[in-house]
Design a protein around this ligand. Structure first.
Ligand SMILES: [Zn+2]
Length: 67
């Protein structure tokens, strides 16, 4: 049994459901809309991570947590 991480809907049958692999885990969605919403979130998280790495590389001159 999988749960759609976007809308919380339970998916008794993940066969053929839209899915995404993220950080070695597979996530299933009730619809392509939820899948797109998930991708948008992971993309934002990835950009934040890259920004943090950039901040570390520049001696932490950039401040985070203000956004
Ligand atoms: Zn959904």
């Amino acid at each position: 049994m999988h749960v759609d991480p976007i809308c919380g809907k339970q998916l008794p049958d993940s066969e053929g459901a839209p899915s995404v692999e993220y950080r070695r885990r597979r996530y299933y969605f009730c619809s392509p809309t939820c899948r797109a919403a998930f991708l948008k979130r992971t993309e934002r998280a990835r950009i934040r991570e890259l920004a943090r790495v950039g901040a570390l590389l520049s001696d932490g001159k950039v401040r985070w947590g203000l956004a």
